[in-house]
Design a protein around this ligand. Structure first.
Ligand code: ADP
Ligand code: MG
Length: 322
């Protein structure tokens, strides 16, 4: 029912950026090779994601707005073996409870696309239309029916900053995917598919070009790869430090400490080195269920990861002979 959906939405949908994250992750899960994000008024008016992924059948298009109607967990054992970004099956239900939603979706084998319009969890229209393969989801007037939540949103620049952060994290984690971002009809990003090092430069900072040291370690239970910046490009401002675990962006002050420890005296006090490090680990050794927005994580063996990470980074920055 719609009140329960609205309440549950509070957990998943805190702001426009949370919608961006959920929709873009769904496009990745649907194996899209191209994902366009269109924003109007910092997401308060429109958040639209258009992908060329596998699309949905007419039935799934309707079902995807039902709570826990995920297609991604077949049995409870899967909960401990998560390989997709989404797994709870509550994002679209939550979003549809607090916005006006238009979904267009088509699979390769279907002649026509399904168009569904939903407002505050009520399906208003379902019809067949022409549309390319993939999924096109437009989220309009977020929190239109929850004035308290809508009024609580921050200024447009602040909300847009959060959106760009989510976009950047997902773009960094998937350099093999083409992404674009438009805000109020102005192109902010157009990222061709690329190698990781080029994607980092394209997304973050041109001055990182030729200033990235590759970091790679293959141990029996984790793989680490990615890049760390030349200590000389360390910045006064924080923010360009990224950990991804199985391609999912996470925050970990513990692991951050391992990396900055490895930089030691190569960077001036109070400067922050760039890094984007990808940890791959068997999902049965982590717990990503501890936080609904999934930016925190628990490892079985944190200490071992700390040590491996630190030595991987030390080895990587060794190329600078500082
Ligand atoms: P979850 O991602 O946890 O499964 P969501 O509410 O995010 O839950 O999505 C519900 C379901 O809708 C997904 O499991 C998937 O089957 C379908 N879906 C959502 N977005 C897309 C998309 N862009 N392309 C194809 N299928 C999608
Ligand atoms: Mg999802």
């Amino acid at each position: 029912d719609s009140i329960a959906n609205q309440i549950a939405a509070g957990e998943v949908v805190q702001r426009p950026a949370s919608v961006v994250k959920e929709l873009m992750e769904n496009s990745i899960d649907a194996k899209a090779s191209s994902v366009q994000l269109i924003i109007k008024e910092s997401g308060k008016q429109l958040i639209q994601v258009i992908d060329n992924g596998q699309g949905m059948s007419p039935t799934d298009a309707r079902m995807c707005f039902e709570r826990h109607a995920t297609s991604k967990i077949k049995e409870s054992a899967d909960l401990f073996n998560i390989r997709t970004m989404g797994f709870r099956g509550e994002a679209l239900a939550s979003i549809a409870a607090v916005a006006q939603v238009e979904l267009r979706t088509k699979r390769a084998e279907d002649e026509l696309a399904t168009l569904i319009k939903i407002e505050g969890s009520d399906i208003k229209t379902q019809e067949f239309v022409q549309s390319p393969q993939g999924t096109n989801l437009a989220i309009k007037n977020l929190f239109f029916n929850v004035p308290a939540r809508r009024n609580f949103l921050k200024s447009n620049p602040v909300e847009m900053k959060h959106i760009i952060e989510e976009f950047q994290r997902i773009a960094l984690a998937h350099p093999e995917v083409q992404f674009s971002l438009f805000h109020n009809d102005i192109e902010i990003y157009n990222l061709p598919e690329a190698k990781l090092s080029k994607r980092i430069v394209d997304v973050l900072d041109k001055s990182y070009r030729d200033q990235l040291a590759q970091c790679q370690i293959d141990s029996s239970f984790i793989k680490i790869n990615g890049y760390v910046g030349n200590p000389q490009t360390a910045k006064k401002a924080r923010g360009e430090q990224y950990f991804f675990v199985n391609k999912r962006f996470i925050k970990s002050s513990y692991l951050h400490h391992a990396v900055t420890g490895a930089f030691e005296s190569t960077i001036p006090q109070g400067s922050h080195p760039f890094y984007a490090l990808f940890i791959e680990i068997d999902p049965s050794h982590i717990d990503i269920n501890i936080h609904p927005t999934k930016t925190e994580i628990k490892f079985d063996d944190e200490k071992a990861i700390y040590a491996i990470l630190r030595s991987a980074v030390k080895q990587a920055i060794g190329v600078y002979n500082l």
